[in-house]
Design a binder for this molecule. Sequence first.
Ligand SMILES: [Zn+2]
Length: 375
Amino acid sequence: MTCPVIELAQQLIKHPSVSPDDQGCQDILIQRLRHTGFTIERMPFGDTLNFWAYHGTGTTFAFAGHTDVVPAGDTSKWQTPPFDPVIRDGMLYGRGAADMKGSLAAMVVAAERFVEANPDHPGRLAFLITSDEEASATNGTVKVVETLMSRHERLDYCLVGEPSSHQRLGDIIKNGRRGSLTASLTIHGIQGHVAYPQLADNPIHHSLPFLQELVNIQWDNGNEFFPATSMQIANIQAGTGSNNVIPGKLWVQFNFRFSTELTDTEIRQRVEDMLKKHNLKYDIDWWLSGQPFLTCKGELVDAVVDSIEQCCGYKPEISTSGGTSDGRFIAKMGAQVVELGPINATIHKVNEGISVSDLQKLSLIYQRIMEQLIK
Ligand SMILES: [Zn+2]
């Protein structure tokens, strides 16, 4: 007997929806939800398809997710073609199996079962789906959230299906994420001949003490919910390629993942004060890609923890580690936001896969969460 969750996941994987090209995935989900009685509102922005769907009225619980996937990479390294879903040794393989077409299938089937069992349920069950989470994330969830907020839509609880689990299904859930801030810094000097350094000004030499100080800073110690803020240099470039030229400039890019102990303004200020202290001639551009957000203990965290315990027999760890997700935009609506999805060991890699039994269990956990919150 085939299982509806696995069948739907396979159907979605067959569509090569490399970000932000949805390739018909949302049509499949929309058709299923419409058949279940959901009202569908498509919200395309630019190159990105999105939709908002709802069933019922009142206190709102929404599932959030994305139909886009990252590119397959080197297809010769895949045991089976990335967009040809195959079950092998209890695992479903294909690009997006774990991030996050499996979760989408689990959500939709869970919602179908819930509505069938509770056709006149109180409250509102909703879906917020985008096709641009993996790439620029400019025309996806952020725009849908702006639209919903401009008309004062209600969103109380949101479950994001990102692959949060580490070693076994549901061992980790995310109740927030650190902020992400990137600096692109150019240090200016004067180009010249290495044999005549008095006629030049070497930006590499001037930058080193500053960079050393930057690397050694302990920004904070984190707090009960967040790990300590970290800074990593991601790119550094200088030099003409020639061994007898002092370069005219150095370019360096570094990224902060910051806790709620600091604000992006405080980080910027401290870095720019240091640049001045070191007497550097510089230009700096800052890019804030996400503020930190946190959902403290509450009905949603309780319902998720309880559902995992009932379906898996163990309690999840509640964490804010890892990268950013669309949860950062949804939290702006004032909703409690939690991420729960499959094991993330293979996401974005070749031979991405998800355990078939985990995927079936994930759908049951999602259903149990709805049963606790929509009542
Ligand atoms: Zn994802």
